[in-house]
Ligand binder design. Sequence first.
Ligand SMILES: [Zn+2]
Ligand SMILES: [Zn+2]
Length: 61
Amino acid sequence: MLCVYCDQPLECDACGDPYNPPGLAEYEALSRPEVPVVCPGCGAVVVCHWCKTPYDGEEQD
Ligand SMILES: [Zn+2]
Ligand SMILES: [Zn+2]
């Protein structure tokens, strides 16, 4: 998966795992800024390791 903000491979900043959506809903959530994305490995809200953008459901400026 590529980060939708910086086009780098999306890795969880908390645990360092590459983020792979477990299902279609999670996949679609990546392109919907209002839907939070949680890392299946560590349970943290995914924060892009590269651009530090949180996928927390809050719209970014
Ligand atoms: Zn994680
Ligand atoms: Zn990014």
